[in-house]
Design a protein around this ligand. Structure first.
Ligand code: GN1
Ligand code: MG
Length: 379
């Protein structure tokens, strides 16, 4: 993976190019309101609402040009995915009226799926999912179950979509050994700063080097199968119905691509079973919550049991441990590289985020026996 370059700055308040982009997707000539939206670390997102009727809002996004250099592939995958999903409106025998909605592409006024601005950045519009919200951290076991259920339902709905129909939009994404290579490469160029957190991170990584290839080796040996994955099923990418609190669907579909469902489940659990969230600095209190993990797994398996193979279960524990570790490695590498990938609000932000993920990994490791037993009980 080539190291990404810093993304061109965009001011928090919408500037001229944002207004131009909004107009490309808004045929009505009347005034618009545009406000920054969401809390993504990579893309830049706005909510655009026409002031005069019909006041149907839509999501306007600029894809991070260095993270997603080929917007055509992203939008191709988006089209294939949404066309596939339109044909399968899921019905629950227990809750037939349960909502299920994913963002749809809103074409530009010229009919194209996206617009490239003067700098080559890709802008696109997506439908806004009404009467629903996201939360950054899990509230309780009911919320955890819904998060797991949404991921399981997504995997189930795409389980009959052949992986080769989607392009690999982000080569190397969730291939943990390649993140280790990137870390080693940056260390050859940069000394580790004399910060206690940096020393902790360096030591933490060095003790786990021999294990980072566990999922990739199982994939190479044909033990684990490549399927379609979401790629980023963290808690705040799961929409919840405002009235019922039930999961409505998943957003942030740019990383949907072929991969191991283990990356997704690991990501969902490292995000969902961390009650303090990714941005905490209360490092001594960070823990992997086994009750929340159980609820996420129960919700997930309510759907995923229908397609998971026996070997898939054998790697669930390692996937939970690995994706937490991998995100810590990614944050730490970005800190060493000068914060060029993840949006950050101060120079040590990605270092602190790395510590959070490593503390979480340590908590997962301390509960290995209990977690393996839980997976066995639930399968
Ligand atoms: C990034 O942009 P956002 O917040 O949806 C990242 C994920 C990380 C996540 C950590 C394409 O996602 O892999 O898990 O930050 N997305 C990409 O918050 O790298
Ligand atoms: Mg994302």
């Amino acid at each position: 993976m080539p190291p990404p370059q810093p993304q061109p700055a965009l001011s928090a308040s919408p500037d001229a190019v944002v207004w131009m982009a909004a107009r490309r997707f808004s045929p009505a000539a009347g005034p618009l309101t545009i406000v920054p939206h969401g809390s993504g670390n990579v893309n830049t997102t706005f909510l655009v609402t026409p002031v005069a009727a019909p006041t149907t809002p839509f999501i306007l996004q600029r894809l991070h040009p260095a993270v997603f250099p080929d917007p055509r592939l992203i939008m191709h995958n988006f089209r294939v995915l949404t066309t596939h999903l339109e044909g399968c409106q899921p019905r629950d025998p227990l809750a037939p009226k349960r909502r299920w909605e994913l963002p749809r592409i809103i074409p530009a006024v010229d009919g194209a799926d996206f617009w490239l601005d003067g700098t080559g950045s890709c802008w696109r519009a997506l439908s806004f999912i009404p009467a629903a919200h996201t939360l950054d951290t899990i509230q309780d076991e009911g919320h955890a179950w819904e998060v797991g259920f949404a991921l399981g339902r997504f995997h189930l709905l795409v389980s009959d979509l052949p992986p080769q129909t989607l392009a690999d939009t982000l080569p190397g994404f969730h291939i943990t050994p390649s993140y280790l290579d990137a870390y080693d490469a940056i260390r050859e160029q940069t000394a580790i700063p004399a910060e206690p957190e940096a020393a902790y991170a360096q030591e933490f990584i060095s003790r786990r080097r021999g294990w980072v290839g566990i999922l990739e080796e199982a994939k190479q040996r044909g033990i684990l199968t490549v399927r379609i994955i979401h790629g980023d099923p963290k808690v705040n990418n799961i929409m919840l119905d405002n009235a019922t609190g039930q999961a409505v669907g998943l957003i942030d579909l740019d990383t949907v691509k072929p991969g191991l469902i283990h990356y997704d489940l690991g990501d969902c659990l490292r995000s969902g079973a961390n009650p303090l969230g990714e941005e905490t600095t209360a490092w001594d209190r960070i823990h992997f919550d086994d009750r929340l993990a159980k609820a996420i797994l129960q919700g997930y398996l309510a759907q995923a049991r229908l397609f998971l193979a026996a070997a898939d279960y054998d790697y669930l524990y390692d996937s939970i441990r690995l994706i937490a570790f991998e995100l810590g490695l990614r944050f730490f590498t970005d800190y060493l590289a000068g914060n060029v990938y993840f949006r950050s609000s101060h120079p040590r932000h990605n270092l602190w985020r790395a510590v959070v993920q490593f503390r979480l990994t340590a908590s997962i490791e301390a509960q290995e026996t209990a977690l393996r037993r839980l997976i066995k009980e639930l399968r």
